[in-house]
Design a protein around this ligand. Structure first.
Ligand SMILES: [Fe+2]
Length: 342
């Protein structure tokens, strides 16, 4: 861990009042620098010996992202906290996709900014994206070396998300049960310990804790911008669990559960067996539960029809070898008449 008493901070953008504000919250030995110019060379030179970068995005149209792109060009995004305009979801999505370590809205309190800077300096990531500070404090109570693989911690984080995402009540527990059945039949369980698989499945959507509730709980369709914001949740989730010491498989399920067999998924557009096996099988259970669950804006599909739909997408959306196992995994254990009375 870097000595917080000797933090060197590069400030890009922002006005004099922010400089003064930052100076007031930074500790006495924190040095604040600004680049001598606005080009990539100036930024790279100024950033050569700093622990953290703060980029302030203006509200002046599409060029507002330019400083952040310069930071990414010189590979400094993992040490960068972005301050953007409130509700600028497009900038938020792009910042996350560029891999920045922290994201705050302008107008955040000095204490929030100081906490984000401290987290990036100490851990290389801030959990305050979109104000999810409560999640960080939850994790602060835990002791990473004892967490492997802690199902209780996974359940607590999954239930924290359900407080926000009101449409998908019980989804994490339900889909975990379904994915475990498929894992058992596909013999992925065994190759990977069941506790590890269960933790990954429970936590698959934990990154949604960083997505605005106005998007998570919006009835009906999303705009393109809202969809891009929502599609950052696998990346956010991966960062949320990074300090918890879970095995690689847990991270893989979280990051890759929206990849598609044909390479048209997100966030990495992996295809075929390049997608980790646990993520490939989880995506089938995820879609199956989404289709058969009640949503305010549509009726659930019957289990039999949902299975048929999954198999129709074998080789495009889903791993065809896993699709061949869905009848055995799910049909025998579900009774449509009981699930959809009347
Ligand atoms: Fe998801």
């Amino acid at each position: 861990m870097t000595d917080p008493g000797h933090t060197r901070l590069l400030l890009i953008g922002g006005d004099t009042s922010l400089w003064i504000g930052l100076s007031s919250i930074a500790s006495a030995t924190t040095q604040i620098f600004v680049p001598k110019g606005t080009g990539a060379d100036s930024i790279a030179a100024a950033a050569a010996d700093v622990e953290v970068v703060v980029v302030v995005l203006s509200d002046q149209g599409p060029d507002r992202m330019q400083p952040l792109h310069l930071i990414a060009q010189v590979g400094l995004q993992r040490r960068t906290v972005v301050l953007a305009q409130p509700e600028d979801h497009s900038a938020a999505a792009e910042a996350v996709l560029l891999g920045v370590a922290g994201y705050l809205q302008q107008g955040s309190t000095p204490e929030q900014l100081a906490m984000a800077i401290q987290q990036v300096t100490a851990h290389g990531v801030s959990y305050d994206a979109w104000g999810a500070a409560e999640l960080h404090s939850r994790m602060e109570l835990t002791d990473p070396p004892k967490l492997f693989p802690n199902i209780g911690a996974a359940k607590a984080l999954a239930s924290a998300l359900e407080l926000k995402d009101t449409y998908t009540g019980g989804h994490a527990e339900r889909v975990t049960g379904m994915a475990m059945r498929l894992a058992r039949i596909a013999m992925v369980e065994g190759a990977l310990p069941s506790e590890v698989l269960e933790a990954g499945f429970l936590l698959h959507d934990v990154g949604k804790i960083g997505i605005p509730e106005s998007i998570l709980n919006k009835p009906g369709g999303l705009t393109d911008t809202e969809r891009r914001v929502l599609q950052t949740h696998p990346i956010l989730g991966e960062r949320v669990v990074a300090p918890l010491g879970f095995p690689e498989c847990v991270r893989e399920v979280i990051r890759h559960h929206h990849e598609r067999w044909d390479g048209k998924g997100y966030p990495d557009r992996l295809a075929g067996t390049a997608i980790p096996a646990a993520a490939r099988l989880f995506s089938i259970a995820d879609v199956l539960d989404a289709m058969t669950s009640i949503r305010p804006y549509r009726k659930p599909v019957s289990f039999t029809n949902a299975i048929r739909e999954i198999k129709a997408n074998a080789g495009t959306q889903f791993d065809p070898h896993l699709c061949a196992l869905v009848d055995e995994a799910f049909l025998a254990t579900h009774d449509d008449a009981a699930r959809f009375p009347g």
